[in-house]
Design a protein around this ligand. Structure first.
Ligand SMILES: Nc1ncnc2c1ncn2[C@@H]1O[C@H](COP(=O)(O)OP(=O)(O)OP(=O)(O)O)[C@@H](O)[C@H]1O
Ligand SMILES: [Mg+2]
Length: 472
């Protein structure tokens, strides 16, 4: 009988066995010892090697043709016969693997950011004093050595910052940023791998790009994924020098960022699938197939688009196209001022940091510009001084044991609100969401550790100018 009560012209046994045979789901019948006594073709195709389910070590199986199945069983009768069927759980397993990987990365991220914070202080010292030394009259050999220290300390500082911004849990942001800076960050992050793998990175960056708008951390993640994919594609081709070209340009009113490699290229039949989640041609230990789908999603969130071109056998190009937002244009129109430090002369500045070499460095720098410096080695000592004295600028470390810079700032509010506007924070902690929120909500000025002398001087001049404008 069918559902509406009419009788079938075919033999029901024949119908059921045809259904069983044609069912795309792998199904089998087992006896009371788990031995397979009947299986449809989907089952024998998928699990060619299995004869007895009870002999399996577990019910999650990776099959020869790729993919993971879970075998479920339901009792068929009271003599122990069972129906067994396989459920394709490949995507769940990949997702689980990705989750474990992400959790591991988050743990490593926390570890690395702790180490990176600790490195910021010594780096600020090395960089600062190397810059001061570089201004002295030096013989050529010493100058060369100082220049090497300078370049390498700056490089170490950038690597630390890159790690910190990668490790930070990025809340999606919408800020104006320079795409070329992101490119340089990513190149620096991969520098070591490229040199080990003999890959040359060529940059062709347009000098007159307007600022991009969005979350620089996410765009960095996109570029990093594209570069790692390019490295993998190059590794697949033996015996030729690998080249990755990264290009930025304005085209048809949009910002274009492209990554071109001379790697394996993509087969025409795969082109339509590469942006699909879980599509990968890499082995399970090296690829989840989520990279490009996440990249495409991020770029779409930024109002842009991610395209791919490829010729199988000769390489690929991936291009991120992003719109320029009006607000970003306005932001760029504002001129940037580089101060001479002239306005520091005669100004009284309180420098607060628990690291002696940082207060010494900042004092050494500012004294050369004719400023009058007082130093406090902790938040508490600073508070005492702020109660009595008045300062034109307060240069304050954000992270200090006891009374932190942020809490000191709050206490100053009741003491002398005008003083609050004279704060300049020095911090290695701007990737911490809470710190960032504090800086943006309060509109407080800050510079990052390690800093260049010119950045410090410019920032102090900025605080002085702002206070003059407000007449405080
Ligand atoms: N530059 C490239 N050259 C050749 N093939 C590429 C390139 N970029 C991506 N592909 C192809 O697209 C597939 C999907 O890429 P995707 O970044 O999404 O995942 P994956 O790299 O395989 O894994 P994961 O990113 O998780 O490590 C890759 O497996 C590869 O076949
Ligand atoms: Mg990838």
């Amino acid at each position: 009988m069918t559902k509406d009560g009419t009788s079938l012209a075919v033999d029901p046994i024949q119908l059921i066995s045809s259904l069983f045979a044609l069912l795309p789901l792998p199904v089998a019948i087992t006896d009371n010892h788990g031995k397979i006594i009947l299986a449809n073709s989907s089952f024998t195709d998928t699990f060619a090697e299995i004869g007895n389910l009870d002999a399996l070590p577990h019910h999650e199986l990776e099959v020869a043709g790729g993919g993971t199945y879970e075998i479920e069983t339901v009792p068929l009768n009271d003599q122990g016969l069972k129906i067994a069927y396989g459920v394709n759980i490949t995507n769940e397993v990949l997702l689980r693997r990705q989750m474990v990987h992400m959790e591991k990365m988050a743990a490593i991220g926390r570890l690395v950011s702790g180490v990176a914070h600790e490195l910021n202080n010594p780096l600020a010292g090395i960089l600062g004093y190397a810059q001061l030394a570089a201004r002295a009259d030096l013989d050529p050999a010493t100058r060369r050595m100082i220049d090497v220290i300078l370049v390498q300390a700056e490089r170490a500082g950038k690597i630390v910052q890159n790690f910190l911004s990668l490790a930070a849990k990025n809340e999606p942001k919408r800020v104006a940023f320079r795409l070329n800076d992101i490119v340089r960050n990513v190149v620096q992050l991969r520098e070591y791998e490229e040199s080990v793998d003999n890959i040359v990175i060529r940059l062709d960056l347009s000098d007159d790009l307007p600022p991009a708008t969005g979350d620089p951390g996410q765009i960095e993640q996109v570029l990093l994924n594209l570069v790692v994919n390019a490295e993998d594609a190059i590794a697949d081709v033996q015996g030729q020098p690998g080249v990755i070209q990264i290009r930025s340009a304005m085209e048809d009113g949009n910002i274009h960022l492209s990554v071109t490699d001379n790697g394996s290229g993509i087969r025409a039949r795969d082109m339509a699938k590469i942006f699909d989640p879980f599509f990968t041609t890499k082995d399970k230990n090296s690829g989840t197939g989520l990279g490009l789908s996440i990249c495409a999603e991020i770029v779409k969130d930024h109002g842009g688009e991610l395209y791919a071109w490829s010729t199988y056998g000769s390489g690929s190009t991936f291009t991120v196209e992003m719109p320029v937002r009006a607000s970003a244009m306005e932001e760029e129109a504002r001129p940037e001022t580089v101060g001479s430090g002239e306005s520091l002369r005669g100004k009284s500045i309180l420098v607060i940091d628990d690291e002696v070499h940082i207060t010494e460095l900042i004092s050494d720098v500012l004294v050369r510009y004719g400023a009058e410096i007082e130093v406090a080695g902790s938040g508490v000592k600073a508070l005492e001084r702020l109660k009595d004295g008045s300062y034109d600028v307060v240069v304050c470390d954000q992270r200090m044991p006891g009374l932190s810079g942020q809490r000191l700032y709050r206490l100053v509010e009741s003491l002398n609100p005008k003083l609050q506007h004279r704060f300049l924070f020095v911090t290695g902690d701007v990737v911490n969401a809470q710190t960032r929120r504090f800086f943006t909500q309060e509109g407080v000025q800050y510079i990052r550790k390690p800093f260049r002398i010119q950045d410090l001087v410019d920032a102090i001049e900025g605080v002085l100018t702002e206070n003059q404008l407000q007449g405080s």
